[in-house]
Design a binder for this molecule. Structure first.
Ligand SMILES: [Zn+2]
Length: 707
C-alpha cells in the first residue's frame, strides 16, 4: 500500500486547471454581458457598474451615456444598443424605453437590466436580434428616477411609512365626555416642511410648560390635542432642503396630490383614493374632531373654506375668483384671524418675495377666492366630518434651510397655541333620550346655517360659534325633533344638554328637561300629523322604561313604514357601532283580524339597544313568521321586518315565552349594507341576552292581553 508521492499533486493541479478554466469562461461571459443577470433589484451603484461593463465589453454594440443628473446627483443613464453605435447612418431610426419614472415602480427597471444582456448575448445567434440591432438605435433608460428608487422600499406598494399622531392631553387614556378633540395635520405636501418641524417644536413646548404655564395647563387639561407632524412622509423623503418652490416631494409616492384627493362637496372627484387619504378619513370617522388646521407652505396666509365653489368653471374665465362662503363664514373668518393676528408677520399681508401672490388683507383669505380646488381636505372636514378646519400657509419658501426654522417657530408659536383654545368657544352638550341614554345618531343644525353636523358616538356635540343667540335643531330617527334656543357669550362655552323623546311619546306626561336655564320648544310634527297616537309605558325592563306607541291603524302603519323604509335609521345605527337593534313585527290578535298593531320603541341599555315592535303589514313581503306571543287562542305573529330580509324570521312554536327559542340578533357593527347581511346570517345564533328578552316578553305579553 504505497502511494507515489506525486499523485495527489497531479490531481490537485488538474482540478485547479479545470476550475480556473471555468472561472475564466465565466469572467469572459460576465464582461461580455453574456452572463445571466441575477433577478434581483439593483441599486444605483450596481446598475451603474453593470451598464459600464456592458458598454466597455461591447463597444461594437453598446454605448453608455448620461443625459444629466437627478436632484440628488445620480446619473440618468442611457445605454444605446445598435451595431456600430458611434455611426449614425441616415434613416436608421431611434427608439427608446424609459423605465422607473416613478421611483418605486421597480419592475420595468429590472426588466431593462435583463433585456440589455439578452440583446447582447443573442446578437450573433438570433437573426431577429441581429436584424434589430443592425437596423435600429435602441436607447434604454433603466431608471428615470434613481433618487426615487433609492427611497423606495422593496415589497411595499407605497412607501410604507407610518402616519404618526401624538395625542397630547391630561390622562390620554381617559376620554371624559365633552372633552373636545382638535388636530394639527402638517406636511401633507411632502416638500412643505415648515409645519412638520413646527409640530416637533410645539409638542415639547406643551409638555415642558404644562406645570408652569396656566394656559398650557388649561389647554391640556381640557382638550385632546392630536398632532400629525407628517401626512406625507414619503413625499418628505423625496424633498430637498432649500428648495423653495416646485413640486419635488409634494405628492405621495404614487404621484397624487393628497390635498386634491378627498371627496368633494361641489364636484365629483374621480381621483383614485390614496392610502394616506383613506386612513386620515378613517381617523376622522373614529375621533369626533371639532377644530383643526392643515399646515402648508409656499405662501403666508390663513385660508378658510370653502376651497371649492359651485361655479368654478365660470370663475376660470374671470380675473378674480369669487368668494365661496360657508354658512359659518363668520366663524371661519374669526378662526383664520386668530391665527393671522397672533402671527408675527402673517397679519401684515405682505406678498411673498417671489411674487407668487399679491398679498392678503389681514393675512387671511377665503380658499376659493384665492384659487378654487377640488378634493381639498378642509372642505371635507367641514362638510363630512363636522370639523372646522382651516389651511395655514406658513412660509413663502416651502422647504427653507434649517437655519431659518428658529424664525418660523418664533413667528408661529403664539398662533399655534391660541388657535387650539378656540375649540372652547360656542356650544357643547349631550343628546340623550328621556332615560339619559346617549342618542348616537342625531343630526344637528344651527338654525339659519344650512349645514348639518353630527353628534359623537357617545351623544356629545360641539359647535364653535361667535357670541350671539342661536337655535339648535336636533333630529334623530325614532325621536321627535327638537329646537332649542341658547346664547353664546364671549369667553365661555355654553353647555346645552338635550333630551329627545321617542316618536309618539305624549310629551306632556314627561318632563323633557333641556338645559334648565333655557326654555324648551318641542317640534313634534309627526305627532301633530298623527293625532290618534297615544303613548303609554308598560314598565321597566331592567332599569329602563319601555315606551309604547299605540298608533291608529293607518297612522301607525304609515309612521313605522316611514321609519322602516328610512334605511338611514338602520345604517346610522350600524355605522355608529353603538346600536344593537332588534326589529320585531308584531301582529296583534285583537280586532278580529283587523290590524291594530301595538308598537314599541325603546332604549334598552346603555349601548342604546333599540327594540321596535310594529305591524307585520309593514313587512308585507316577508315570509310569515310563527312566533307565538301569548297563550291566546289566536296567537299573534312576530317576525323580522323585510328590512332585515323576508326569509329570515325567528320562530317560536310551542312555548311562546321560552327565551332559548328566540334567536337574538346583534347588530355586528360598522358598515350599513354589509351589516344587514351579517344580521340575517346571525339570526340562526342564539345569543345569551335571553333574560332581558324574557322579562320584556312577559311585559309585552301581559300588556297585549290587557289591552
Ligand atoms: Zn401645500
Amino acid at each position: 500500500f504505497i502511494r507515489t508521492p506525486m499523485r495527489p499533486s497531479y490531481w490537485c493541479m488538474s482540478a485547479m486547471f479545470v476550475v480556473l478554466f471555468f472561472i475564466y469562461l465565466s469572467a469572459v461571459k460576465l464582461v461580455r454581458g453574456q452572463q445571466d443577470i441575477e433577478l434581483t433589484y439593483h441599486d444605483h451603484q450596481a446598475m451603474t457598474t453593470l451598464l459600464t461593463q456592458w458598454a466597455q465589453s461591447n463597444p461594437d454594440l453598446a454605448h453608455l451615456y448620461s443625459i444629466g443628473k437627478s436632484v440628488q446627483g445620480r446619473d440618468l443613464w442611457v445605454l444605446l444598443l445598435t451595431k456600430n453605435p458611434h455611426e449614425e447612418p441616415l434613416l436608421k431610426p431611434n427608439v427608446k424605453y424609459v423605465a422607473n419614472m416613478h421611483g418605486n415602480e421597480a419592475v420595468g427597471r429590472e426588466l431593462m437590466l435583463q433585456l440589455i444582456p439578452y440583446l447582447l448575448n443573442n446578437y450573433r445567434t438570433d437573426p431577429y436580434v441581429r436584424s434589430l440591432l443592425d437596423n435600429t438605435r435602441i436607447h434604454i433608460m433603466p431608471s428615470m428616477n434613481p433618487d426615487g428608487f433609492e427611497n423606495s422600499v422593496e415589497g411595499q406598494c407605497t412607501g410604507g411609512r407610518d402616519l404618526w399622531v401624538l395625542l397630547l392631553t391630561k390622562n390620554p387614556h381617559e376620554e371624559p365626555l365633552l372633552k373636545p378633540n382638535v388636530k394639527y395635520v402638517a406636511n401633507m405636501h411632502g416638500n412643505e416642511a415648515v409645519g412638520r418641524e413646527l409640530m416637533l417644536q410645539l409638542i415639547p413646548y406643551l409638555l415642558n410648560n404644562y406645570r408652569t404655564d396656566p394656559y398650557v395647563r388649561s389647554l391640556l387639561d381640557n382638550t385632546r390635542i392630536h398632532i400629525m407632524p407628517s401626512m406625507n412622509p414619503d413625499g418628505f423623503e423625496n424633498s430637498v432642503e432649500g428648495q423653495c418652490t416646485g413640486g419635488q416631494g409634494r405628492y405621495n409616492i404614487r404621484g397624487f396630490d393628497l390635498n386634491r384627493n378627498f371627496p368633494d362637496h361641489f364636484k365629483a372627484n374621480n381621483k383614485q383614493q390614496q392610502p394616506e387619504t383613506e386612513v386620515v378619513r378613517e381617523w376622522m370617522d373614529s375621533v369626533p374632531f371639532v377644530l383643526s388646521a392643515n399646515l402648508h407652505g409656499g405662501a403666508l396666509v390663513a385660508s378658510y373654506p370653502y376651497d371649492n365653489t359651485p361655479n368654478s368653471i365660470l370663475s376660470q374665465f374671470t380675473l378674480h375668483s369669487s368668494e365661496s362662503r360657508t354658512p359659518d363664514n363668520d366663524v371661519f373668518k374669526h378662526l383664520a384671524s386668530v391665527y393671522s393676528l397672533n402671527h408675527l408677520t402673517m397679519h401684515l399681508g405682505h406678498p411673498c418675495p417671489d411674487g407668487s401672490n399679491t398679498g392678503f388683507v389681514n393675512g387671511t383669505t377665503n380658499g376659493a377666492q384665492w384659487y378654487p380646488l377640488t378634493g381639498g381636505m378642509q372642505d371635507y372636514n367641514y362638510i363630512r366630518a363636522s370639523c372646522l378646519e382651516i389651511t395655514l400657509e406658513l412660509s413663502c419658501c416651502k422647504y427653507p434651510p434649517r437655519q431659518d426654522l428658529g424664525r418660523y417657530w418664533r413667528e408661529n408659536k403664539r398662533s399655534l397655541l391660541l388657535y387650539l383654545g378656540e375649540v372652547h368657544r360656542g356650544v357643547k352638550g349631550m343628546i340623550t333620550d328621556v332615560n339619559g341614554n346617549a342618542i348616537t345618531t342625531s343630526t344637528l343644525k344651527i338654525k339659519e346655517r344650512d349645514i348639518a353636523f353630527k353628534s359623537s358616538k357617545r351623544g356629545e356635540f360641539w359647535r364653535i360659534l361667535l357670541p350671539g343667540v342661536y337655535t339648535l335643531v336636533i333630529t334623530a330617527d325614532g325621536y321627535n325633533s327638537l329646537e332649542q334656543q341658547f346664547t353664546v357669550e364671549e369667553g365661555r362655552i355654553t353647555i346645552l344638554n338635550v333630551q329627545l323623546t321617542p316618536i309618539g311619546l305624549v310629551v306632556s306626561n314627561h318632563s323633557v328637561s333641556v338645559n334648565a336655564t333655557h326654555s324648551t320648544k318641542l317640534t313634534n310634527n309627526r305627532q301633530t300629523n298623527a293625532p290618534n297616537i297615544t303613548t303609554k309605558s308598560i314598565g321597566l325592563t331592567g332599569d329602563k322604561h319601555i315606551y309604547v306607541t299605540i298608533p291608529s291603524v293607518t297612522d301607525g302603519q304609515e309612521k313605522f313604514a316611514n321609519l322602516l323604509e328610512s334605511k338611514q335609521w338602520m345604517y346610522n345605527n350600524a355605522v355608529d357601532n353603538c346600536v344593537n337593534a332588534l326589529l320585531i313585527c308584531h301582529q296583534s290578535i285583537r280586532g278580529g283580524g283587523t290590524l291594530r298593531p301595538p308598537s314599541l320603541l325603546s332604549s334598552l341599555n346603555n349601548n342604546n339597544n333599540a327594540l321596535l315592535i310594529s305591524s307585520p303589514a309593514i313587512s308585507s313581503s316577508s315570509q310569515p313568521s310563527k312566533l307565538q306571543f301569548s297563550s291566546s287562542a289566536s296567537p299573534p305573529a312576530i317576525g323580522f321586518s323585510s328590512l332585515l330580509r323576508p326569509n329570515h324570521t325567528i320562530t317560536l312554536a310551542s312555548d311562546p315565552l321560552a327565551p332559548h327559542q328566540y334567536s337574538w340578533p346583534t347588530w355586528p357593527s360598522r358598515r350599513g349594507q354589509a351589516n344587514a347581511q351579517a344580521v340575517t346570517s346571525d339570526l340562526t345564533n342564539t345569543a345569551p341576552i335571553s333574560n332581558l328578552f324574557s322579562s320584556l316578553s312577559n311585559r309585552i305579553n301581559s300588556w297585549t292581553t290587557n289591552w
